[in-house]
Design a protein around this ligand. Structure first.
Ligand code: THU
Length: 136
């Protein structure tokens, strides 16, 4: 499958799950789709909470789905959200993705009224701390 076909599948998966996001406080629904090392696509959406800081972003929801479904490593990430500005992973999500991704793994961030932005996890989180520092 070409990257164009793959991104179409990831975009559709992220958009399909995004409508299920629970975001009554921000009204900012986000979808995330991960291509994992088992060849499957895993999805997640943001889940907010009345106690604001304990809400979850879409990306860790998709990572949890990946691990629960048997995937172990992230091969590509695609996030979708409202507006024209690419919905890039927040500062808390970047190390969460990095834990399961090689440095050259691409994260596609897409505000659906605009153009998708492609960045590697190394670009999003340069000089990062990771599992290998702890011998893993
Ligand atoms: N959000 C995500 O789920 N992922 C991102 O990459 C950016 C932000 C969520 C968190 C919160 O529920 C809402 O978007 C507004 O910040």
């Amino acid at each position: 499958m070409s990257n164009i076909e793959l991104d179409k599948a990831l975009f559709e998966a992220a958009e399909t799950v995004r409508v299920n996001a629970y975001a009554p406080y921000s009204n900012f629904q986000v979808g995330a789709a991960i291509l994992a090392d088992d060849g499957k696509i895993y999805v997640g959406c943001n889940v907010e909470n009345a106690a604001y800081p304990v809400g979850n972003c879409a990306e860790p929801s998709a990572i949890a789905a990946m691990l629960a479904g048997g995937g172990r490593r992230i091969k590509r990430v695609y996030t979708t959200g409202p507006g024209a500005t690419p919905v890039t992973p927040c500062g808390g999500c970047r190390p969460r993705i990095r834990e399961f991704a090689d440095q050259d793994v691409v994260v596609v961030s897409h505000g659906i009224d605009g153009t998708p932005l492609e960045q590697t996890i190394a670009e999003l989180l340069p000089h990062s701390f990771g599992p290998e520092f702890l011998g893993r």
